[in-house]
Design a protein around this ligand. Structure first.
Ligand code: BGC
Length: 446
């Protein structure tokens, strides 16, 4: 207990040091708080002198009335998926930014099906007439993960319904086809009918509780392949972090096509070496929207500014890359499949999206201080794609963002570092668990 308190104080001190550094001269500083957790503060050099450690205008607005953007993990019930509308309507400046999980999931399933059809002659490695796949599941309580599991099962004909929806539960091992959460499907290719079987699937959670865990996926493919490796014709994964871990530890050498999600730069590059494909969730658009809704709310302008309507710098998005659902207070980026046909266009996942890459004028949009957390500093997608994008956009939008990296396991590891919300003008929140919005809003309501 005492130890934990000390650690929190140490983290707070580190954060203050980072703040005073940015207040004095801009630039960026990083301080590693605990292993797997980090606090980074980045300020735009040009405008950082207007920002102080105590925030700019933050002092006069009550914390409960400040802009909030949930991102990547939508406040929702992790068992039923039902949206947490209380959190999404925390105040009139609250939004969620994510992507269209169902559209993306459908694309992922279709991409795998297309691959099978195109490579019919060589796909069934052991010639047993069964196309076997294994599936790495990220987090059984995360909407994105659930949607992707369903999308793959639906496209491959292995889905079964439960309570009116596709069952997304992991099957464990199902080499004999007897599992009840999935069924055997069939695919007709070039006049031949193949059985399609989900040989195994598992939530990739490590012993400390972190989900979407790449190392667990790498170990698991080792276990699976040593007992039924010759039956595995396809490796599917809810994300690239786990997908690449399985690819590097087994499927690359065994020439088994592996499919992920996120279009992280390393996964896109691996397509040249046999990685089957991935889905871009347009993180370049999401990262922009995450900070943009805060900027707009802070400026007191129409929320559509720089989104559907061009701002004074000319930043604007077109409707082919995002949609807004006003009832859900949610912006959703649209997904694109990335395969051998088009991967060259996606090699740098951290590049800002050109139509929204123009610098805002700092007199009309003065620097504001934002607190932002990443639920797991080790999450592959968030750390290698999303955060670098946020860091590219924060300068363009004159936002001085303090980045807090969690351990992916406990909400308090993050909320402990939101000890003084009054020091910030706005908040961008990535929860460990989608049910836990009130752990944050209660701090803002005090
Ligand atoms: C990403 C995963 C990531 C997860 C974290 C998902 O949208 O695709 O890669 O691990 O978000 O919440």
């Amino acid at each position: 207990m005492e130890n934990t308190r000390k650690k929190v104080v140490a983290i707070a001190t580190a954060a203050l040091t980072a703040l005073s550094l940015t207040a004095c001269g801009g630039g960026s500083s990083t301080s590693t708080a605990t292993s797997g957790s980090a606090t980074t503060s980045t300020a735009s050099t040009a405008t950082s002198t207007t920002s102080t450690a105590a925030g700019t205008s933050g002092g006069t607005v009550a914390n409960k009335d400040k802009p909030v953007c949930w991102f990547n993990r939508q406040p929702s019930n992790s068992s039923t998926g039902e949206l947490d509308m209380t959190a999404l309507n925390f105040n009139d400046k609250t939004y969620y930014v994510g992507f269209d999980a169902n559209q993306g999931a459908e694309l992922q399933g279709q991409m795998i099906l297309d691959y099978i059809k195109k490579n019919a002659a060589s796909i069934d490695r052991n010639g047993d007439g069964v196309i076997g796949y294994v599936l790495a599941i990220g987090d059984i309580g995360h909407n994105d993960s659930i949607a992707r599991t369903r999308g793959v099962r639906k496209a491959l004909g292995t889905a079964v319904e439960k309570d009116g929806e596709i069952d997304s539960a992991p099957v464990g091992t199902n080499t004999d086809g007897s599992a009840t959460d999935v069924q055997d499907g069939t695919i007709d290719v070039d006049g031949k009918t193949y059985t399609v079987r989900e040989l195994a699937s598992q939530e990739m959670k490590n012993s400390a509780g972190a989900t979407w865990d790449a190392a667990t996926a790498g170990n698991t493919i080792g276990t699976w392949s040593s007992s039924f490796g010759d039956q595995i014709d396809i490796v599917a994964s809810n994300n690239d972090g786990m997908g690449m871990s399985m690819f590097n530890s087994w499927s690359k050498d065994n020439k088994v096509p592996t499919f992920g999600y996120d279009a992280n730069s390393d996964a896109v590059a691996a397509i040249a070496e046999g990685y089957g494909g991935t889905i871009s969730q347009h993180a370049d658009v999401q990262a922009y929207l995450t900070l943009r809704v805060l900027r707009n709310a802070l400026d007191g302008v129409d929320i559509d500014t720089g989104i559907g309507t061009a701002d004074d710098a000319g930043n604007v998005l077109t409707s082919d890359v995002y949609e807004y659902n006003a009832d859900e207070r949610s912006y959703y980026a649209l997904n694109v499949a990335v395969t051998a046909d088009n991967y060259q266009d996606f090699t740098d996942a951290t590049k800002v999206y050109d139509p929204v890459s123009k610098q805002l004028d700092s007199s009309a949009h003065p620097t504001k201080k934002v607190w932002l957390d990443i639920y797991n500093a080790s999450d592959n997608f968030l750390s290698s794609t999303y955060q670098p994008l946020l860091q590219n956009y924060d300068d363009l939008l004159n936002l001085d963002v303090e980045y807090v990296g969690g351990d992916g396991q406990t909400e308090s590891n993050i909320t402990n570092r939101l000890g003084n919300p009054s020091a910030y003008d706005a908040f961008a929140i990535n929860m460990v668990k989608t049910d836990n919005a009130s752990s944050y809003t209660s701090l803002l309501s005090q």
